[in-house]
Design a protein around this ligand. Structure first.
Ligand code: PSU
Ligand code: MN
Length: 305
């Protein structure tokens, strides 16, 4: 094991016995949702993973230690601290560890720590991507680079249209990352199941997904797989409403000159504010839905090996 990594006893025991484990990120807790719903959601997601027969491993950096598997009190503390916790992506890990600080891990950093811990499946809400206007700002999430190099399957509800979704898919293709629609031929747009963007790959069962993921790695093709799991129809948002809120949020971002790692948290909070909290309910529902699918995928992968 890496000298900076701690696996919780439960996570370590499951991995050693070859039982299914699902990694969960922590930026979604501190920067993605308001307190106390963030903590409630994080705990409900862990419960959903357990109900579906896998062990949850929420990932963060605490006191400079890379943690795979958090205690309830640690999740509560991250949620309460909110934006005061450092947002930790690949670039930020060295300084946070060297200085013994706390960090909430993005998709990229969670993938890194999951791989170090021996966890192959990860559930989240949405991945970062190529931002709108990236041809001017060069703002491309480190999540996409990570998917190109770190071997973890990421179950998400696609990506939010705060991003440029066609460019995000192009970037993933360039980096050799399969994007598999789960029960769909279309890339889901997080709050809605449709984006109008067709995918090359589709899978309808956890076993079929597991086969693709396992063959990728057996071929020696390092890197992630995006499992794009559409939001359940009953929880999806009216397209006009959500797109209106996103456009407004982007306008405010531009006006305020928000840049760098603040961009994504700013947009997430604005969209939530503009939709009066409805988007938060959709967000919670889709994360739970992804957690259940990730648990099934982890179980199917465990059976294969
Ligand atoms: N998109 C969401 N919810 C989130 C995030 C993105 O819908 O919580 C978070 C994730 O942790 C993701 C990160 O990895 O934002 C991406 O940040 P950036 O764009 O700065 O790479
Ligand atoms: Mn960025």
């Amino acid at each position: 094991m890496n000298r900076y990594l701690d696996r919780s006893p439960e996570v370590a025991a499951a991995l050693e016995a070859g039982r299914p484990v699902v990694a969960l990120e922590s930026t979604i807790i501190s920067h993605g949702m308001p307190y106390p719903r963030n903590v409630e959601t994080a705990l409900a997601v862990e419960a959903a993973v357990r109900e579906a027969g896998a062990v949850p491993a929420t990932i963060a950096v605490l006191g400079g230690r890379l943690k795979a598997g958090l205690a309830e009190g640690e999740i509560e503390a991250l949620g309460k601290a909110g934006l005061a916790v450092l947002k930790a992506s690949r670039r930020d890990l060295p300084s946070i560890v060297a200085r013994g600080l706390d960090g909430a891990t993005t998709v990229a950093a969670t993938m890194i720590i999951a791989e170090l811990a021996g966890i192959r499946v990860f559930a989240t809400g949405g991945i970062g991507g190529v931002h709108r206007g990236a041809e001017r700002s060069f703002d491309i999430s480190a999540d996409l680079e990570e998917l190109g190099r770190t071997s973890v399957a990421v179950v998400c509800a696609g990506a939010k249209s705060i991003l440029d979704l066609p460019k995000t898919l192009e970037y993933l293709e360039t980096r050799g990352v399969p994007v598999v629609g789960y029960g769909t031929d279309e890339f889901p747009a997080f709050y809605t199941s449709r984006s109008g963007l067709r995918l090359e790959e589709r899978s309808d069962t956890p076993e079929d997904l597991a086969a693709l993921v396992s063959v990728k790695w057996s071929l020696g093709l390092a890197g992630g797989v995006v499992v794009a799991n559409p939001i359940p129809a009953s929880m999806s948002m009216p397209e006009k409403l959500i797109n209106g809120a996103i456009d407004k949020a982007l306008g405010e971002m531009e006006a305020k000159g928000v840049k760098g790692k603040e961009v994504t948290p700013f947009l997430l909070a604005k969209v939530k504010e503009l939709t009066g909290g409805d988007s938060l309910e959709s967000n919670i529902a889709l994360v739970l839905n992804n957690a259940r699918l990730a648990a099934k995928l982890a179980a199917a992968l465990a059976k294969l090996s």
